[in-house]
Design a protein around this ligand. Sequence first.
Ligand code: FAD
Ligand code: FMN
Length: 833
Amino acid sequence: MRIVSVGGGPGGLYFAILMKRAHPECAITVHERNRADDTFGFGVVFSDETLGGFAQADPESFAQITKHFAYWGDIETYVGDTCIQSTGHGFCGLSRMKLLQIFHERCRQLGVELRFGSEIKTLADVAAGGGATGGPPDLILAADGLNSALRTELEPHFRPTIEWGRARFCWLGARRQLGAFTFVFKESRHGLFQLHAYPYETGMSTFIVECDESTWRAAGLDQATESDTVAFCSDLFAEHLQGAELVTNRSVWRSFPTVRNERWHHKNLVLIGDAAHTAHFSIGSGTKLAMEDAIALAAAFERHAKRGAAGGGAGSGGAPKWDVPAVLADYQESRYVDCLKIQKAARVSQDWFENSSRYLKQHPLQFTFNLLTRSKKITWENLRQRDPALVDRVDRWFAEQAAVHAAPPGAPLHPAYGNRKAQGWDEKPAAAAAAPTSSAAPTVAASANPVGERSIEDIPDADKAAPALVAPPPLFAPLRLRELRLANRVVVSPMCQYSAAGGVPGDWHLVHLGARAVGGAGLVLCEMTDVTPDGRITLGCTGLWNEAQQIAWARIVDFVHANSGAAIGIQLAHAGRKGSCALPWEGGEPLRDGRAWVTLAPSAEPFAPGWPAPRAMDRADMDAVREAFVAAARRADRAGFDLIELHMAHGYLLSSFISPMSNHRTDEYGGALAHRLRFPLEVFEAVREAWPAAKPMSVRISATDWLDDEGGLTAADSVQVARALRERGLDVIDVSSAGNTPRSKPIYGRMYQVPFADRIRHEVGGGLAVMSVGAIQGPDHVNTILAAGRADLCALARPHLVDPHVVLGASAAYEYIAQPWPKQYLPAKPKPK
Ligand SMILES: Cc1cc2nc3c(=O)[nH]c(=O)nc-3n(C[C@H](O)[C@H](O)[C@H](O)COP(=O)(O)OP(=O)(O)OC[C@H]3O[C@@H](n4cnc5c(N)ncnc54)[C@H](O)[C@@H]3O)c2cc1C
Ligand SMILES: Cc1cc2nc3c(=O)[nH]c(=O)nc-3n(C[C@H](O)[C@H](O)[C@H](O)COP(=O)(O)O)c2cc1C
């Protein structure tokens, strides 16, 4: 087989090596437009986890690569005047030049033909055989990087998209070998600059400087030559350079393009590496991705070679005869989802850096935890494995804050935890608390660690000499909302059970809600409970419009108060145009028989094609609905509920007023966001007025319609919504998404709605507590979200269906013995050691 690679970067060269190694009979030519020693960039960095696959794929090049590695295990975060050091990570790096030289050498050993200074401008240059030895190629690799000319030429087949990052960055080198992965957040008179820097060989570090567009322009960097850039950055980061020189290599300021392609292959041509996909440099994965593509492509050829052999498909001399298009399809199939996941993590990381100024107000410990856990690849538990001392400091800081905030006015400082020793906080000497326990502890530092060159850990810490308390995980921190004190941060998310008769909750509800309260959650939110009969989704939904319902709810509330430490809240709602449906287990479709009723909505438009049209509400309808909410709130108080949540999410009545996808009114309740919000705010104000001042209120919103391109409600709009509610006395905003139209396109994934909560938390402030919900899969996620300051409360729905005892389980797993357990369950409670 004849193979041509257009591009001699890591992707093209590594595939050539792997293929030639496995099939010496292949004639492989690599065309590289640069000279052999002419390369852009400085160092590439890999994490420990990355390396296993390379050792297996080609031990010879792997041995050379590792011989040239600089290793380090620490991450240092400089923010303001503080540096927080995190240990226990494992990184290695080398210069891009060295990596390419190793690959060149290995190619030569194996007999791959390298043609330097050979630019392939169009497919025609290679397809006819001009680029290969001995005839037209059987396989063409478009390994020509980010701006791939071959991809552009065949655009209709690959269907690429390029999403440009908002920040500007410049890739420089520093003649100083840093001892750690170094992040610096430096505020200047022009705005915030951030530095991503890491060592890669003796005496050298990669030095990437990044800022937002306006800062870049304000600093005049849009006009800067390379030497202007060097002068500016040398001055800005003088304390980190310590007199060392900055060096350039095509160091222009750029925006990061995230490249995606729907297809990676066409006939016998395949995209690999940056030509196929890019991932933001802040997760350092581009070279790894290109090399893993090479491994996956070589593996696809192997799979097909074996199939060919089994089916008698070998060519002359026993060499496999491949069906190249089929191999390429197999390659994409095997690789595509993994790449999408990495791109998704990279996108989250990129967003974090693009919005990092939002977090500068955080305490440096929380800021660092937030930074380290930004892409969701590292969670609280992962980090605790790597760096238990840091996580303990974060937890301690978190617990202190929580204790202060949870304390009623005039109460002693730590009422939440009482006497911490008596409550069971483990007490360990500081040294023991700080000792890393991870077996994947850091590898050797590359050089004398420059950590000693300046002072770190300068956060005031009165306890330093005293025995350190190993703090409880953040999940167990109390939270005070008006006069209500939640014992911890886990909330049972409201979940319709569709099991009421005439809106009256029954034994099912008692057992369902009672079990979850006993399971230890700080707050149990009862299901969407409707304020009028025609405000129900189904005939099985609960209500709170009459005495019988109030009495039935009171029975549940009393049980929860008598048998658990949980607070109990009720979600009051009106289903609007999503009402009048069958039970989910009977299909969930709109009722079409005599049981159906006419639904209400801001506009007379059905929720989905084929659904009955609702009636557009007039002022009298609005008054009636508002008064029904007020009456239900009064009943909720009489039933003993601790909190009310108003349902303004998921496309139900109040939500449908807020979203431009469902509200097309032309009066003062439609149009601009402020107008669409009018009726929901009226309801909120009236309920707030009726609900006792000592009791808190929550509102659940759909923070986005996931249809930004079509004019849907956006995350930015929801910041306005939260502000308007906060100004009217809201205590908690419960941040969900979607539901106003079946056309919404949520991007699901672990903790996928957290970014909306995070944004509201940082942009609204004013003491508004933020609850996050959605694929928060358990205590580790809860601890991660809380410790990073992305939310104040975490609501878990489906995890509570699997296990009502999420919090008791966490108490057992983390040996947090201060968690109260029901006396009946004490035999299972962890014992003090
Ligand atoms: C600021 C920054 C920091 C980064 N940091 C890291 C990091 O720490 N770790 C990491 O793994 N990755 C990092 N990367 C990404 C990494 O550099 C790339 O993802 C990786 O090099 C991709 O390999 P590739 O072989 O696909 O493409 P490239 O390395 O871009 O190679 C493509 C090659 O094709 C050649 N070429 C292009 N067109 C033609 C043509 N028409 N004819 C002939 N030759 C052609 C080019 O000269 C080039 O040598 C970083 C990137 C940036 C921008
Ligand atoms: C069975 C079930 C019923 C639900 N009912 C409600 C509800 O009454 N009110 C509401 O706001 N959300 C409701 N939801 C949504 C959940 O509260 C939650 O927002 C969603 O399931 C995402 O969280 P999870 O990933 O933890 O399940 C329901 C979810 C489920 C699974």
